[in-house]
Design a protein around this ligand. Structure first.
Ligand SMILES: Nc1ncnc2c1ncn2[C@@H]1O[C@H](COP(=O)(O)OP(=O)(O)O)[C@@H](O)[C@H]1O
Ligand SMILES: [Mg+2]
Length: 381
């Protein structure tokens, strides 16, 4: 018996659920340059979905195709079951919030927010009510009469958000919505954005190049590179189980070891690495031939560092020398030289205060690195 609540926060796992947005083999060419290369995507109602990737990888182009500002060169886009190919932007159940916010400088906050409703000929009393509700939601009621230049960056961002949401779109498209804010404000605003999205239940599609932002905000992330999706998954799936070196390196940091599969068991694989010399015992099976070349990715926070040898042999442990220490207060980052050249990065929480000012592990000290069999990920590309 399937419990409906089971899928409430993860509709993509529900075999019965219909995606709200379907992107089917969509490409976009500019001349002979392919900006978006035959992508498929399904987004469900109520998701906060992020398109994440470096500059120029095609994120905005894809978002603009959802909005109707660009036409796909091939493929189709369906929203709520309707093919959007011949539907102009203003007739789509979507609204877009631009990176620059594009507020009207001469209009007050409330006039900015009500602009779209006035243009649509909504009755004055209804406009009044909806604008006030929206301003309350983004906590700007007391600034209703101000002009944009009298607001901070974060407040302008909220005006733009209110203006986009007041029209009650089914989907809100946001292109780098927090790009203009400084780091601290951006973090705070991320939570506001999530709260508002949750309250309204509107589907958000957010473009960002900031991986931490994508991790914080999203129900799911599509990692994009040169017009294609490299991986689509929840933040945890993408971080813990990247499907390629590219994704592993793009999301967070990863130590990457080249090796060869020397044993492929039912429930484990052993990968032999030469540089540094060690064996990785990985506690999940894989369909891969013994002898294949692979890479093992190991996140810095999953490596334990110790002055004492914690395991015999060379499985899931290596000996090295501390090359660099970055003290960040709450954590320290160690770069440990293993073998001739290879540097392994480790991040470790500073749980204990240093005694007499001496750090627990110092430069040029000999250390042992070790990790759990579940900590490394074997990658074939
Ligand atoms: N109107 C256009 N004409 C020609 N090339 C474009 C146009 N729009 C975008 N491009 C190119 O397509 C690529 C992807 O652009 P874009 O989608 O804006 O990237 P992103 O948002 O990921 O930074 C870039 O190389 C960009 O120069
Ligand atoms: Mg862009």
């Amino acid at each position: 018996m399937v419990n409906a609540a089971e899928y409430e926060d993860r509709p993509w796992l529900d075999p019965e659920a219909e995606p709200f947005i379907k992107v089917q083999s969509v490409s976009k060419q500019f001349g002979d340059f392919t900006a978006v290369d035959s992508v498929d995507l399904e987004i469900y109602k109520g998701e906060l979905f992020c398109l994440l990737g470096g500059s120029g990888c095609g994120k905005s182009t894809l978002l603009r195709m959802l909005a109707g500002f660009e036409t796909p060169s091939s493929g189709s886009i369906l929203i709520d079951g309707v093919n959007m190919n011949d539907v102009p932007p203003y007739e789509r159940p979507v609204n877009m919030m631009f990176q620059s916010y594009a507020l009207f400088p001469h209009m007050s906050v409330e006039k900015n927010v009500g602009y779209g409703l006035r243009r649509d000929g909504v009755a004055v009393s209804e406009i009044e009510q909806r604008v006030q509700e929206m301003l309350a939601m983004v906590e700007l009621s007391q600034f209703a009469k101000r002009k944009p230049h009298q607001l901070s960056g974060g407040q302008k961002q909220r005006v733009a958000l209110a203006r986009a949401l007041v029209k009650q779109p089914k989907v809100l498209l946001l292109d780098e919505p927090l790009g203009a804010l400084d780091k601290r404000l951006r973090e705070q605003t991320q939570y506001e954005l999530m709260n508002i999205q949750e309250q309204l239940g509107v589907t958000f599609v957010v473009v960002t190049h900031d991986q931490e932002e994508a991790m914080t905000l999203s129900t799911r992330i599509a990692v994009m590179d040169t017009g294609r999706f490299q991986q689509i998954g929840t933040p945890t799936e993408i971080y813990e189980f990247p499907n390629s070196r590219l994704v592993a390196n793009f999301i967070g940091n990863a130590n990457m070891f080249e090796g060869r599969v020397v044993e492929n068991g039912q429930d484990h694989v052993i990968v032999e690495s030469r540089h540094p010399e060690c064996n990785f015992y990985v506690d999940h099976g894989m369909s891969i031939a013994e002898g294949s070349k692979v890479w093992v990715a190991l996140r810095p926070e999953k490596v334990m560092i110790s002055k004492q040898q914690t395991a015999d042999g060379n499985t899931n442990t290596v000996k090295g020398m501390v090359h660099d220490i970055g003290y960040l207060g709450g954590t320290s980052t160690y770069r440990v030289k293993v073998g001739d050249e290879h540097l392994v990065e480790i991040t470790s929480p500073n749980q204990l205060r240093p005694k007499d000012g001496n750090p627990p592990i110092d430069w040029d000290e000999e250390v042992y690195l070790s990790w759990e069999p579940s900590s490394s990920v074997v990658l074939v590309k």
